[in-house]
Design a protein around this ligand. Structure first.
Ligand SMILES: CCC/C=C/C(=O)SCCNC(=O)CCNC(=O)[C@H](O)C(C)(C)COP(=O)([O-])OP(=O)([O-])OC[C@H]1O[C@@H](n2cnc3c(N)ncnc32)[C@H](O)[C@@H]1OP(=O)([O-])[O-]
Length: 712
């Protein structure tokens, strides 16, 4: 829908009306084109202003239509509308408040002038949806800004603040006042003036020296960052078209590239991620609590207990969200160091006070315990918090694996106890697992979810079980990686396969980064290694299952990863980041295999991917079966925003659907037959049932899950 009115006698104001973001749906496109035609033919109209109704200018094409070809094709196409806007013989001014993104900015680029509010932002984020600015944006922006600046915006998809946009020449003027009024005044002043030079489609791209070398390098750079995503490379090609071809030829190239991307599985996966990110806010819990039926009490003060790396990051995240935070560390020397580190990260004090006394948490609405992973220590802290904290205060633990219920039962307020599983670094990583136990109240979950949103996190409500969702699924993935080493693979081979798939880091590099000792400590707690294991127990079996002691042996050698300068790889010094192959490790693995009578065989990348990813996906189905995650979409959000799963592959459950559930099942059956002592490879019953029900699309899995649970 587009509203059309005449103001000041000669200015047609066309206002896009499609809340909440004024997306360019079929009805909006229809309305826009009719309005542009009306303005063209009305002799009283001498200029035009295009704005967004009630605030935002336009959030771009309607992403919901992308999955539905009939919607997408109904109504006029954006390219056609923008051509009519640009061709209009009367000055057209875009009045940009809020944001002009994607198709919204492309519309503004077709206008002859762009007025912006000083707090507006603009951008072409199509690349993060697996697309390119396919309604002329890839051709018009370089003509306006020059190739360098345009390429940067298009390939990164970043949002540009109004001030920068003005400097770049993307906006002509800024206002702090009413943008539409200012644009109307300006439009009147431009009436009757020549427009030819204002039409970007008529302009050549500003010249660039060594154009071939520039784009060669741009392509290499984009390929390096894309991790297998096709869209960034298509963006480079399209901008190259703008720099080297006449406008209409460039538009043809843009169209061809767009068609290829649009029909690709990558665009579908990226779009799915867009909706899973937002869908996580509509949470439910296994106990039946829902986002829309309970009100959250707002949290304005928080205490963080324990100021190691995690505690510091959490303090920063909470302070940045506007909470007043008291940071508690009982060890004085740690407290001083933490205070300096937090102040550095916050660039100043930022509403944080410090204390060495747990009593300081007494007035907080929320306490986040972030001491090291030791159940006994945590239990003691929860006991104390239960009596120290004011009634109604929520008590959260940042454990990544320990039992929330056990901690809840140390307190007199189990309904106010929950897990807030942050990911390191806590002030940077987007994911937050909000873990509720059977006694956690819906209001507690609601408050935590609301707080997560305030911190800018993708918060996902999950149930309580060892490892919750993310780490629980990571365990079989890691385990298969260890088994592959035993069978003949090297860390380099495994990591290369996973990085080619799109992970920023393979499993062994990741383990070096996070520290091998963390898993070691958990395995000791679980009685899988350490003094509790008697000498007569076989080294490679635990509780009747295959077990790889490789990680334990590495730790016994003092190889904790980057922090010790040695792990699965070698580093120049403790704390260094560049991983190099380590000849020591090769001999270590050879000796290990020899000692255990293991014959090294040739392992290819496909086996690495299938063993590691299918085992992880299989556990994902178990998580759904157990009701620990409410939906496959929630699992995928966790993996994309917390574990580096490539967005253009949608998440593990989406990937399974895309590969084909029958193929995943077949793969698991094959590998389980070859490794019957590895139960994580045994296909779980939900996967079997889904395949038996004809592999329904992912949004219908919940029906099969429900049917399944009721049978338990
Ligand atoms: C030929 C084609 C060429 C052009 C291609 C394009 O333009 S591609 C597009 C390029 N554009 C982009 O990539 C921009 C994508 N959008 C954004 O980045 C952000 O939404 C925002 C910055 C516009 C607003 O942030 P915020 O935190 O204020 O709000 P929020 O994020 O929570 O969203 C609120 C609700 O609006 C929904 N919704 C949002 N946008 C769209 C859309 N375009 N469409 C449909 N729906 C959309 C969103 O799902 C949510 O719905 P829910 O869950 O309530 O049912």
């Amino acid at each position: 829908m587009a509203q059309y009115r005449i103001v000041s006698g000669s200015v047609a104001v066309i206002s896009i009306q499609n809340p909440p973001v004024n997306a360019l749906s079929a009805a909006v496109r229809e309305g826009l084109l009719l309005s542009v035609r009306a303005a063209a033919s009305d002799p009283l109209v001498r200029s035009v202003v295009i704005s967004g109704h009630n605030g935002p200018f336009c959030g771009g094409a309607d992403i919901k239509e992308f999955g539905n070809v009939s919607h997408l094709e109904s109504g006029p196409h954006l390219v056609e509308i923008f051509e009519s806007v640009e061709a209009l013989a009367k000055p057209v001014v875009a009045a940009i408040e809020g944001f002009a993104l994607g198709g919204g900015l492309e519309l503004a680029l077709a206008c002859h002038y762009r007025f912006g509010h000083s707090e507006a932002r603009v951008g072409l984020p199509e690349v993060s949806l697996g697309l390119l600015p396919g309604a002329g944006g890839s051709q018009r922006l370089p003509r306006l800004l020059g190739v360098r600046a345009a390429l940067d915006m298009i390939v990164t998809g970043r949002h540009v603040a109004a001030g920068e946009a003005l400097k770049l020449g993307l906006l002509d003027r800024l206002t702090d006042g009413n943008t539409v009024d200012a644009a109307v005044r300006f439009a009147q002043s431009a009436e009757g003036k020549p427009l030819d030079d204002r039409r970007l489609g008529n302009r050549p791209c500003p010249p660039l020296e060594n154009i071939d070398a520039f784009f060669e390098e741009a392509l290499i750079h984009a390929r390096g960052r894309a991790r297998g995503a096709a869209a960034p490379l298509a963006c480079v090609q399209a901008v190259r078209g703008a720099a080297t071809l006449p406008f209409l030829k460039g538009m043809e190239l843009e169209k061809r590239l767009m068609e290829t991307l649009m029909t690709s599985g990558q665009a579908q996966a990226s779009r799915y991620c867009f909706f899973t990110e937002r869908g996580a806010a509509r949470w439910t819990t296994p106990t039946g609590a829902r986002w829309d039926t309970c009100r959250a009490r707002p949290i304005s003060t928080a205490a963080v207990i324990g100021l190691g790396t995690m505690g510091r990051g959490i303090t920063v995240a909470l302070a940045r969200a506007g909470l007043s935070v008291v940071a508690v560390e009982t060890q004085e020397h740690q407290l001083d160091e933490a205070q300096r580190a937090v102040s550095r990260m916050l660039k100043g004090g930022g509403g944080v006070s410090y204390s060495a006394d747990l009593q300081a948490a007494a007035g907080a609405d929320l306490v986040v315990e972030a001491v090291f992973e030791d159940m006994a220590v945590k239990e003691e802290i929860f006991k104390q918090l239960s009596s120290v904290c004011k009634p109604g205060a929520l008590l959260a633990t940042n454990t990544s694996s320990l039992d929330i219920d056990r901690l809840a039962s140390c307190t007199l307020r189990p309904e106010q106890v929950l897990g807030l599983h942050f990911f390191a670094p806590a002030h940077v990583m987007r994911l937050l697992e909000v873990v509720s136990g059977p006694r956690t109240s819906p209001q507690t979950v609601a408050a935590a979810m609301q707080l997560g949103r305030r911190m800018g996190k993708v918060s996902v409500a999950v149930g309580n079980c060892p490892g919750f969702v993310g780490n629980r699924m990571l365990k079989p993935y890691l385990e298969q990686a260890y088994f592959l080493l035993e069978e003949g693979a090297s860390p380099e081979l495994v990591d290369a396969a996973l990085e080619e798939f799109g992970f920023p880091m393979g499993v062994f590099k990741m383990s070096d980064l996070s520290g091998l000792d963390i898993g070691w400590r958990v395995r000791k707690e679980e009685g899988l290694t350490g003094p509790g294991v008697t000498a007569d127990q076989p080294m490679r079996t635990r509780r009747g299952r295959r077990y790889s002691p490789l990680g334990d042996l590495m730790c016994e050698e003092g190889r904790y990863g980057q922090k010790t300068g040695r792990g699965w790889y070698l580093y120049d010094r403790p704390g260094a980041r560049v991983a190099r192959s380590d000849p020591w490790l090769r001999s270590f693995l050879e000796e290990y295999r020899e000692r255990h009578g293991l014959l090294a065989r040739r392992i290819d990348q496909q086996e690495v991917l299938e063993r590691c990813l299918y085992a992880l996906i299989n556990e994902g189905f178990r998580v759904l079966e157990d009701g620990v995650a409410a939906s496959p979409q929630n699992i995928d959000a966790i993996y994309v925003f917390g574990y580096g799963w490539p967005k253009h592959r949608g998440g593990p459950m989406f990937y399974a659907a895309q590969v084909g559930l029958a193929r995943v099942l077949e793969g698991l059956e094959k590998y389980h037959k070859a490794h019957p002592d590895s139960p994580h490879l045994q296909p779980c019953s939900l996967l079997r049932r889904l395949v038996a029900s004809g592999s329904p699309p992912i949004h219908k899995w919940s029906e099969v899950v429900k049917g399944h649970r009721s049978q338990l």
